[in-house]
Design a binder for this molecule. Sequence first.
Ligand SMILES: [Zn+2]
Ligand SMILES: [Zn+2]
Length: 209
Amino acid sequence: MNKMKRRVMQTNFGRTIKRFLILTVCAVVLSGGISAFLLRTQIGEIASYVWQEEVRDEWQEGTLESDGLHGEDFWREEERTDLAKVITRPSAAAIAAACVTGVILLLAGAVYWLLVAAWLYQAAVLAKMHGMVWFLLGLCGNLAAVAVFLLLRSLIWKKCAECGSYQPVKAAYCAACGAGLTVKCPECGIVCEKDARYCRNCGKSLSEE
Ligand SMILES: [Zn+2]
Ligand SMILES: [Zn+2]
């Protein structure tokens, strides 16, 4: 367990997620393409079935005059057929390819879900919050948990621009590196955030010219 935690803390999530996305897209395009190729007969059958049903509906609603291919009687008399009966049975290879694509999609979804929870764990530990609690919240709520986490973190902590550590919102100096986290307005003396460009009290520019 501790080994897992250490690994999560050492993970560069930006790079991991990029690799994961590239791998997933390649795998889905490849196996999805193979499935579509092996199922091309069935896809064609479904497309022509849907087209036929649409034309029939239009005939029955009286919105279609003539399709130019079949006479009026053809559509009137033709019984509605069951989709299952017009479709050719897919080959074993086609079924296998479709299953592999489904498994890849499921796996990718699971890995994505875990990656979000693991990122939450790392971000929570870095922000001196409960890593395991946020990991579990991430497993339950995924992106909703991320949104709540980011909001809470911004209420409690601010990031030191010099060393990147999280310091209490009201701190004047970074406890990790000693850098100033606030600036005093030279005009009115109010304390402003270090990255503020203008004083929020009097509007004076805080960036040195
Ligand atoms: Zn610092
Ligand atoms: Zn001011």
